[in-house]
Design a protein around this ligand. Sequence first.
Ligand code: 13P
Length: 249
Amino acid sequence: MRSKIVAGNWKMNKNLSETKDLLSEILDKLPDTEAEVIVAPTFVNLSEAAHILQTSEIKVAAQNMHYARNGAFTGEISADMLLNINVDTVIIGHSERRAYFGETDELLAKKVKAALENKMRVIFCFGEELDERKAGNHFNVVESQLKNGLFELPAEAWQHIVLAYEPVWAIGTGETASPEQAQEMHAFIRKTITEAYDASIADEVSILYGGSVKPSNAGEIFSKSDVDGGLIGGAALVADDFIAIVKAI
Ligand code: 13P
């Protein structure tokens, strides 16, 4: 079901004591909101975060997972391990996983499938790089990432998918896509899903924007009709900024 979501992707930041401090400040300052608020701390602190937040409205997500059920995959984490600590949402396909850890569309499709088979919810990330946008190729890139990552899924699976459009050139750079650029791409994403499935699936999926969202630009980006919220990096590490972004929705 389409809903407003603000999710903080903490990436490889915050040790255990910093995680506890940040969560406690976020909990103290969290306003009443209809938006769903999600935080994604690093694996080693997920269990503690899930425990701290279990009686709150804030949900916890993992930043990645392996597709296999278990086995000889040194350093990896399975869906079962996440579910067992009450984490049922996972970010898959972040551009940093694609760029620095060689995650391909094919691998990501396997991860998405595994997460859904385990009844998890997936926040699926995708977005073009700067040279692809400059070459006017951004729509093709996004279409192919969606197609390769998700379009083998049956229609019913889409109720467990959240999309996060994150243009790589806007991540951690301070340069944000303009609200118009975000809206244009989000509308294109819904059109692409309509063509591959149907309009009801396209209308019902939540599409988040990510890339240098901060308190000063969140309101304008979130005001666009096809933008359902944000996936926040740097600003999610500062309680006041994250809260201001939640308020902006
Ligand atoms: P920044 O908000 O730091 O640009 O990061 C966005 C992001 O990658 C969220 O997943």
